[in-house]
Design a protein around this ligand. Structure first.
Ligand code: FES
Length: 159
């Protein structure tokens, strides 16, 4: 019941957010960003809701969502772990960090743990090459990490 109420509240919050825009068409990216912030991902139902409210074709919304890697149509973990695979991080062992995370979390890159605590993915250079290898846990940045740091990073973010 609590999850359903949260769901309904999410749609109300999103509808209120959309109401502030006069030019509905140009608001699409901001609305999608807010919707993902509210729901954690952009489900088919959420995209159809936005399509209806903004009067933007669902096909256009789907096109935007799948074009930008920021948006996701799959539920993600509450903590999103991302390992930088840019050149500086790669040559300093980010692939080993990734493999260790996959092993410790029991998922592969792009996956989410069954309890939805963690998602694991890679990303390109985040502009902190001096700290290579780098990984993110949501907005938190970890630099100069080794395989031995992985377990502590998981524990620190296991909320
Ligand atoms: S290559 Fe990883 S931060 Fe630049």
């Amino acid at each position: 019941m609590a999850a359903k109420k949260l769901h309904v509240d999410g749609y109300k919050t999103l509808a209120k957010y959309m109401d502030q825009f006069d030019d509905k068409d140009s608001a699409l990216i901001k609305v999608l960003y807010e919707a993902q912030h509210i729901f954690g991902y952009l489900s088919k139902e959420v995209m159809l809701f936005i399509s209806d409210k903004l009067r933007v074709p669902a096909s256009k919304i789907y096109g935007v969502v799948t074009f930008y890697s920021y948006f996701t149509t799959e539920p993600k973990g509450r903590c999103q772990l991302k390992v930088c695979m840019g050149t500086a991080c790669f040559v300093r062992g980010s692939e080993k960090i990734m493999r260790r995370l996959e092993k410790d979390l029991g998922i592969v890159r792009g996956g989410t743990t069954p309890d939805r605590k963690f998602s694991l993915d890679s990303l390109r250079c985040v502009g902190a090459c001096g700290l290579a290898p780098v990984m993110l846990a949501n907005e938190k940045v970890y630099g100069k990490i080794t395989e031995d740091d992985v377990n502590k990073i998981i524990k620190d973010n296991n909320a």
